[in-house]
Write a protein that binds this ligand. Structure first.
Ligand SMILES: Cc1cc2nc3c(=O)[nH]c(=O)nc-3n(C[C@H](O)[C@H](O)[C@H](O)COP(=O)(O)O)c2cc1C
Length: 133
C-alpha cells in the first residue's frame, strides 16, 4: 500500500474560527478513521496548518473535499507525496492552537526562513511532531 501525505496552510474565517475548528474536528476524526487517515491540525490567529496522511487513494479523495471547503481560503500546499511511514500513527486528527503552542513564535525562534517553502514546510512538520511527542 502506498502511503502519501499533504501539508498545507490556509486562512480561516476569523468571525467564527473557534466554532469552525470544533465542527471540523468532529467530522474530520470520524471520517479519517473510516478512511484510515491520520494527521494533525494546528489553528492560530485565523490560520490553519494541517498534515494529513494515509493510503494514497483515500488521501486524494478526502484532501479533495478539504481543499474545496469554503471554511478556508488562500490555501498553499507546502508539501505532498509519498512517505515511508506515518508521522502521526495514533492520531485520526490531532489538534493544537496558538494559545498553548504558538507556531509563528516557534518558526521565528528556530530562525526558519518562511519564504523558503521547503524550510517552512519542514519547520511546520517538526513543530507538529513536537505536539505529539
Ligand atoms: C481546515 C480544515 C481541515 C479539515 N480536515 C479534515 C480532515 O482531516 N478529514 C476530513 O474528513 N475532513 C476534514 N475537513 C472537512 C472537510 O472539508 C469536509 O467538510 C468533510 O470531509 C465532510 O465532507 P462531506 O460532507 O462531503 O462528507 C476539514 C475542513 C477544514 C476547513
Amino acid at each position: 500500500m502506498v502511503l502519501s501525505h499533504i501539508l498545507y496552510r490556509s486562512s480561516g474565517r476569523l468571525d467564527q474560527f473557534k466554532q469552525d475548528c470544533e465542527d471540523i474536528l468532529v467530522s474530520a476524526r470520524r471520517q479519517n478513521q473510516e478512511y484510515r487517515l491520520s494527521g494533525f491540525l494546528h489553528a492560530e490567529d485565523g490560520i490553519f496548518v494541517q498534515w494529513l496522511e494515509g493510503p494514497a487513494e483515500a488521501l486524494d479523495f478526502v484532501a479533495g473535499k478539504i481543499l474545496a471547503d469554503p471554511r478556508h481560503r488562500d490555501i498553499a500546499i507546502l508539501a505532498k507525496g509519498e512517505i515511508a511511514e506515518r508521522q502521526f500513527p495514533r492520531w485520526s486528527m490531532g489538534f493544537s492552537t496558538g494559545e498553548s503552542a504558538p507556531l509563528f513564535e516557534y518558526l521565528a525562534e528556530q530562525d526558519i526562513n518562511t519564504h523558503d517553502k521547503r524550510a517552512y514546510a519542514s519547520g511546520i512538520h517538526r513543530f507538529l511532531l513536537e505536539r505529539v511527542a
